[in-house]
Design a protein around this ligand. Structure first.
Ligand code: MRU
Length: 336
């Protein structure tokens, strides 16, 4: 899939694949206002940490256009940028890229657009580097010459990251290298990014995969059905703790117990030096209805955290477009 099909800038507005419609329908959203962008992000039509960063970047260009049309003053523009940055709290990429592109506003609309498009291009290029580095790590860690069975969770492919993706990019690189046997995909309740989006992407790529219920994941790992787990992340704290889709922590515990690698694949922009540990990562709490409907009795209260935090000591390695950080080496691997 080409990046423009996931997210693109079209002469003053954003086009985005509506990820809530997949896999049954390939629908493209035409986003012309900040209201529409915030709505698309909060209902997860646009989602996944690197794509949220790219959408935030393009969102600044969109706001500048809308502000020009509607005569916004500086305070109104800033308030609208904050609405975009706050649309989802856990993925650090969103606020980071809104801030980075907003710094170009004093240089004019063209400078803002160029900066936003650079974020999109960079995310695409980074995904390929992450994919190759992650595949090399897993081949080494699992023992050279083996065909690998990999467990993954949520969606970390082109839909979430542009390019090849991060976690799914690693899987795609293993496939291209002829060393991938199978992918086990966690369904990723309640919004089913694994079942709907990852299975769709893997199907498009012709990659062998089976879908597993979230609750089954740790058991399947304990039964020796996977050689490694690879996931993405929404934020990596300065100490190496990782926030990712709810359910990741259980997979990390199971991988640790089974003695198989647990790899986290992210762009450097997902590493947040300003957040000291996982305890300080804001975890998005979403609507009760996402898990109460349709099964629970009317009026049932819920606890619908969208993400969890995996402590650094359970993570075999974090791979980025610039470096591989093995477990325990966090502070010793400087950004090149
Ligand atoms: O709620 P979502 O679908 O935005 O959650 C996405 C994830 O949890 C991904 O694993 C994460 O953003 C990494 S994407 C490379």
């Amino acid at each position: 899939m080409n990046p423009p099909e996931v997210l693109a800038w079209r002469d003053g507005h954003i086009e985005a694949l509506d990820q809530t419609a997949l896999p049954h329908q390939v629908a493209v959203l035409r986003i012309t206002t900040v209201d529409e962008l915030v709505e698309a992000i909060t209902r997860l039509a646009i989602r996944g940490a690197p794509v949220l960063g790219a959408a935030g970047a393009l969102g600044v260009a969109l706001a500048v256009h809308q502000g020009g049309r509607e005569g916004w003053d500086g305070a109104r523009l800033e308030a609208q940028l904050n609405r975009i940055a706050d649309a989802r709290p856990t993925a650090v990429n969103l606020r980071r890229e809104v801030s980075a592109v907003a710094a170009h506003i004093p240089h004019g609309r063209q400078a803002v657009e160029a900066a936003a498009l650079a974020v999109v291009e960079f995310a695409t290029a980074a995904s390929h580097q992450i994919s190759r580095r992650g595949a090399a790590y897993l081949r080494e860690a699992c023992g050279p010459g083996r065909r690998l069975r990999v467990h993954t969770h949520c969606n970390t492919g082109a839909l979430a990251c542009l390019g090849w993706g991060t976690g799914l990019g690693v899987i795609r690189a293993l496939h291209e290298q002829g060393v991938l046997e199978e992918v086990i995909v966690g369904e990723t309740r309640p919004l089913l990014q694994g079942a709907r989006l990852t299975c769709w992407e893997l199907g498009q790529l012709g990659i062998e995969h089976r879908l597993a219920g979230d609750g089954a994941g740790p058991f399947l790992i304990s039964q020796g059905l996977s050689d490694a787990v690879v996931v993405g992340a929404d934020r990596v704290a300065a100490n190496g703790d990782v926030a990712n889709k709810i359910g990741t922590y259980g997979l990390a515990l199971a991988a640790h117990r089974a003695g198989i690698p647990f790899l986290v694949a992210v762009p450097e922009s997902t590493i947040d030096e300003a957040t000291p540990t996982g305890a300080a990562i804001p975890i998005e709490l979403r609507a009760d209805s996402e898990i109460t409907v349709p099964a629970a009795p009317a009026g049932t209260k819920a606890l619908n955290y969208a993400f969890d935090v995996t402590p650094a000591d359970l993570i075999s390695a974090v791979v980025t477009e610039k470096r591989l950080i093995p477990n325990g080496q966090w502070l010793n691997v400087p950004v090149p």
